[in-house]
Design a protein around this ligand. Structure first.
Ligand SMILES: [Zn+2]
Length: 294
């Protein structure tokens, strides 16, 4: 690890990350305050904690030769956007969007209006208040970062890679939780797994996600996420192995001990797994529910 990355790794431990198995956790960081996260990188946490957002959305501010870029302005919260503007000063060059879920993009139009900075993402046509935006595709470069298209959690999801092996991974890879992967057309589990393998094989040295603490061992964590999906698929197949079962029955057996607020995203993930098994010719759905083939 270079001295620069060692500095970055040390800095991103503020506030400290803890491990629960392969999952990372951290105490709630303060909102509206720039938190140093390595050379030329700081995060400002939006005030939207919750069961799907953990301690809130991380807005990343990154220095580059053309100014300061922000990845994911987060929610449209005045104090949060004020903090981004105060930290970037007059140098905000780009507003980059990892994907169009509201906890990432809702503040973009206000921030663009207030600063004049252009907004860039994969597909922003449906976003209110954004008459102009820069369309990004895999392999593009913007604000000193390489664009990496990672469909799965959403089909428009982008990661952004800095040349010193730091990857801003959005909701594609997070340390605190697995990602929700809805069935098509909103998401795609097969694409998600392909995108995870692609990110694992980049072998970045530091990963900074849209929720939760820095990931200091990205390859190991991404492999754990892949193993987790394999184990989940095996447990779903095990439930179906004896007799057909309804979606709710599989949910109750393969996802036991779930907190009530996580039932809806778990159902979405389960449907994605079942669709994948069906697409692979390994499961079918009929009047009796879901069952394995052959
Ligand atoms: Zn999110």
């Amino acid at each position: 690890m270079s001295a620069r990355l060692a500095d970055a790794a040390a800095a991103v431990r503020q506030p400290s990350a803890r491990r629960r198995g392969w999952r990372l956790s951290e105490p709630p960081p303060p909102c509206a305050v720039p938190l140093p996260a390595g050379p030329g990188i700081r995060r400002i946490v939006a005030p939207n904690p919750g069961p799907m957002t953990y301690n809130g959305t991380n807005s990343w501010l990154i220095d580059w030769e053309g100014g300061v870029a922000v990845i994911d302005p987060g929610t449209e919260d005045a104090a949060h956007l004020d903090a981004i503007i105060a930290e970037a000063g007059p140098h905000l060059s780009h507003i980059l969007i990892t994907h169009t879920h509201s906890d990432h993009v809702a503040g973009a139009a206000s921030l663009a209006r207030r600063t004049g900075a252009p907004v860039a993402g994969y597909a922003l046509d449906s976003q209110p208040g954004l008459p102009d935006w820069i369309r990004l595709r895999d392999g593009d470069r913007i604000a000193g970062l390489e664009v990496v298209h990672t469909p799965g959690h959403s089909m428009d999801h982008l990661c952004f890679a800095r040349d010193d092996d730091v990857l801003f991974s959005g909701d594609h890879v997070m340390g605190w939780s697995t990602s929700v992967v809805p069935p098509p057309p909103h998401g795609d589990l097969v694409a998600f797994i392909d995108s995870l393998r692609r990110i694992r094989d980049r072998d970045d040295r530091l990963m900074l996600s849209a929720h939760g603490p820095a990931i200091l061992r990205p390859r190991e964590l991404v492999q754990n996420l892949l193993d987790h999906r394999d184990a989940r698929e095996a447990s779903i197949a095990a439930v179906l192995s004896s007799k057909p079962a309804s979606l709710e029955t599989v949910l109750g057996r393969a996802y036991f001990n779930l907190r009530p607020e996580l039932l809806t995203p778990a159902r979405s993930n389960l449907l994605s797994h079942l669709n994948k098994l069906q697409a692979e010719g390994r499961a079918v759905s009929d009047a009796d529910g879901w069952r394995l083939r052959g």
